[in-house]
Design a protein. Structure first.
Length: 271
């Protein structure tokens, strides 16, 4: 009797295992990961700290990961930017430093044209950003906090071709912030008043293309040999705002160089 119970239990477990295997299917994803380093010119204005315009050099790191499931027309893209710049005033009597960390999540609709040689992506993204500006010569007001988030339409077009007997791809991508929120002190307001005394004075501002016209775009070329792909390109990042009677702009022109990895991942998904 005991042997019979053990046999029945074994058969039940075996049936459940077969059922679980039948109810799961492999889902494959194509993933592209790009890591890039950039160097170039930076142009800075922050009237909360100084009416002077500053110019200098910027270093930037960018990681972009794009994932698309087989059979789906939609892809997910995660992008991280981080940069530091060092700038000087026009009279060489002042220096300023600025940095920013940016993270964005995007969804794009994918369209293949001309037998797959032209790849179009169109959609939108949400971005969160935190950074600073530090004016070295200032005594009372040495630093400014940058904290903002926005949503933006974004798009990319990639043209695949062969050159010098190697696979290549010419790519252009662009994003334009449409609506967001930004932290900003008001004109003449100190951070002591905001954080120590709790004096709110329109410090959270809604941003649109009218008071914060901005743009980030990049033109790049991929060159492949074997399993390796090198990406070289130009990035232009133009961030502007005019809120609370304070003007800010940060213009970056960068040469970007990086490495592209393409791989496939299988997930087990229940039906």
């Amino acid at each position: 009797m005991k042997t019979c119970k053990v046999l029945i239990l074994f058969l039940l477990c075996h049936c459940l295992t077969l059922s679980a295997q039948t109810d799961t299917v492999p889902q494959r994803h194509t993933t592209q990961s790009v890591n890039m380093l950039g160097i170039g010119g930076a142009f800075l204005l922050d009237t909360y700290l100084s009416p002077e315009k500053y110019s200098g050099v910027e270093l930037r790191f960018t990681n972009q990961t794009t994932r698309q499931r087989d059979g789906s027309l939609w892809s997910t893209q995660l992008t991280t930017h981080g940069y530091l710049n060092y700038t000087e005033s026009r009279g060489d009597d002042g220096t300023a430093m600025a940095g920013l960390a940016s993270y964005s999540f995007a969804r794009h609709y994918n369209l293949l044209l001309m037998d797959g040689r032209l790849h179009i992506q169109a959609g939108g993204l949400a971005s969160a950003n935190i950074g600073f500006t530090y004016c070295i010569r200032n005594q009372n007001n040495p630093a400014q906090l940058r904290l903002f988030a926005h949503i933006a339409p974004s798009a990319a077009a990639t043209w695949h071709f062969h050159g010098w007997k190697r696979p290549m791809a010419l790519r252009y991508e662009v994003e334009v912030p449409l609506l967001g929120v930004m932290f900003s002190p008001n004109y003449g307001q100190s951070y002591y008043e905001i954080f120590s005394r709790g004096n709110y004075d329109h410090n959270v501002v809604v941003t649109t293309p009218f008071n914060a016209p901005s743009l980030r775009h990049m033109l790049s070329l991929d060159v492949s040999w074997g399993r390796h792909t090198l990406r070289v390109g130009y990035m232009g990042d133009y961030q502007q705002s005019h809120v609370n009677d304070l003007k800010f702009h940060s213009y970056s022109h960068l040469l970007m160089v990086g490495y592209v990895r393409n791989f496939r991942i299988s997930d087990i998904v229940k039906r």
